[in-house]
Design a protein around this ligand. Structure first.
Ligand SMILES: Cc1cc2nc3c(=O)[nH]c(=O)nc-3n(C[C@H](O)[C@H](O)[C@H](O)COP(=O)(O)OP(=O)(O)OC[C@H]3O[C@@H](n4cnc5c(N)ncnc54)[C@H](O)[C@@H]3O)c2cc1C
Length: 393
């Protein structure tokens, strides 16, 4: 049996960020990750390109992860366009008048994971236990006892960070709202003939939704949403046929295109936990709030959640409360709910409006974009939300 102030179950980006934030406040932290140590420390490309806000970049710098992300892996996002159907009026967001040169930055998920792992591996107060799945958690007196493959850890606070299909959340009898969009997303990188000028395009076409995310090296990340069986067909389609079909699907707007990465599929399900905290226990990352990727908020919100948790735990300790007191956890829960609930609802609404093909939905989204583009206060509000330029504290 070993003792750490905090045990985090799940060493994804949210769990690792939480470990760094809590250790920076003087706590000893164990992170249990079921993936073996080698692939955990050097994660493979998983298709996800994460659009980071300015706030998230500031947090990753503060946590010491940013210097471990190679510069070539950071692609600035200069403009974002939202289109519906073919030849309709697009909605555009750019940095004009904002005093910065990018709306945000695209970084591959595996590079973020690697950066956070590297930073955590250099901290004396963090123990990283790879290849270690959590079996169960017991509350004994004021302590949490986490039983894992290799033994037991006793802590004041246990944190579930095991992703949107969290078993840890279920084991603590915390339910969740689950929104099944009945679609999957295919993600991969493709090199192309014409330049992207660092413009991201989200295109709600009839029968499909495609995002083209500009990355360095004359390539874009393709994010295609379709019913799951069609995604599975495309994921395994022979390369030449795949290239030809994608070029057709994007309307040949980038010229010739060629697959340059592995292809990955993700089922689209939004998850919102009924509670983020219980005595001695908290949820962070997708285990608390798993967003539909359409508004690119999942990890950005995960970073905010772990930041709020670490701040409230530290504030409680400064008042003389024990680590992870229930009042500190409740304050974290309130803050994170206020931050995430409106965005979760809005994202589900947008995802539904823009993926249904009945005529009423088509008319609504065309009118919606035209009206939104004419409203400059609306556009600057959305631009500010996309950029989220508040500095980390
Ligand atoms: C296609 C796509 C695009 C996205 N784009 C964006 C974007 O542009 N911007 C954005 O902000 N977000 C985006 N997201 C969301 C973002 O990827 C997630 O919010 C983020 O990865 C969640 O991190 P996490 O650590 O909470 O969960 P995960 O990354 O799921 O990590 C959970 C970890 O827990 C481990 N684990 C599970 N069970 C156990 C157990 N019992 N014991 C120990 N370990 C366990 C897993 O192995 C895993 O490593 C996107 C998501 C997708 C699918």
């Amino acid at each position: 049996m070993t003792y750490h102030d905090v045990t985090i179950m799940g060493g994804g980006p949210a769990g690792l960020a939480a470990a760094l934030s809590l250790e920076a406040r003087g706590l000893s932290v164990a992170v249990l990750e079921r993936t073996p140590q080698a692939p955990w420390s050097e994660p493979a490309f998983d298709g996800r390109e994460i659009a980071l806000t300015h706030h998230s970049v500031a947090v990753l710098k503060e946590l010491g992860a940013w210097p471990h992300i190679p510069e070539v892996a950071i692609s600035p996002l200069r403009e974002a366009r939202v289109e519906t159907g073919r030849g309709n009026h697009p909605l555009q967001f750019d940095t004009q008048g904002q005093g910065v040169d990018a709306l945000g930055y695209l970084v591959s998920n595996h590079c973020i994971r690697h950066g956070l792992y590297k930073a955590a591996s250099q901290r004396p107060g963090i123990s990283l236990l790879g290849g270690t799945a959590t079996r169960h958690i017991r509350r004994i007196g004021g302590d949490m006892v986490v039983v894992h493959d290799g033994g037991e850890i006793t802590s004041r606070l246990a944190i579930g960070a095991d992703g949107r299909f969290s078993q840890i959340r279920r084991s603590q009898r915390i339910g969740a709202i689950v929104h099944d969009f009945k679609r999957s997303m295919l993600v991969c990188r493709m090199a192309h003939e014409l330049p992207h000028h660092h413009v991201a395009t989200q295109w709600f076409d009839e029968g499909q939704t495609i995002a083209l995310l500009p990355v360095n090296g004359g390539a874009s990340s393709i994010v295609l949403t379709l019913p799951s069986e069609q995604i599975e067909r495309l994921r395994t389609l022979e390369r030449d046929a795949f290239n030809a079909e994608i070029m057709e699907r994007v309307g040949r707007r980038l010229g010739n295109m060629r697959l340059v990465s592995t292809r990955h599929a993700y089922p689209l399900r939004g998850v919102y936990a009924h509670r983020f905290a219980a005595p001695g226990f908290a949820l962070v990352g997708d285990a608390a709030v798993g967003m539909h990727p359409i508004t690119a908020h999942g990890f950005n919100l995960g970073l905010k959640g772990q930041e709020a948790l670490a701040q409230e735990v530290a504030a409680g300790m400064a008042r003389g409360e024990p680590v992870g007191s229930l009042s500190a956890l409740r304050r974290f829960e309130r803050r994170h709910r206020m931050e995430t609930a409106p965005l979760f609802a809005a994202t589900n609404g947008i995802a539904t409006l823009y993926t249904r093909d009945e005529p009423a939905f088509r008319v609504l989204r065309q009118a919606g974009l035209r009206v939104a583009d004419a409203l400059s206060p609306f556009k600057s509000a959305v631009t500010n939300m996309l950029m989220d330029r508040k500095t980390a504290s």
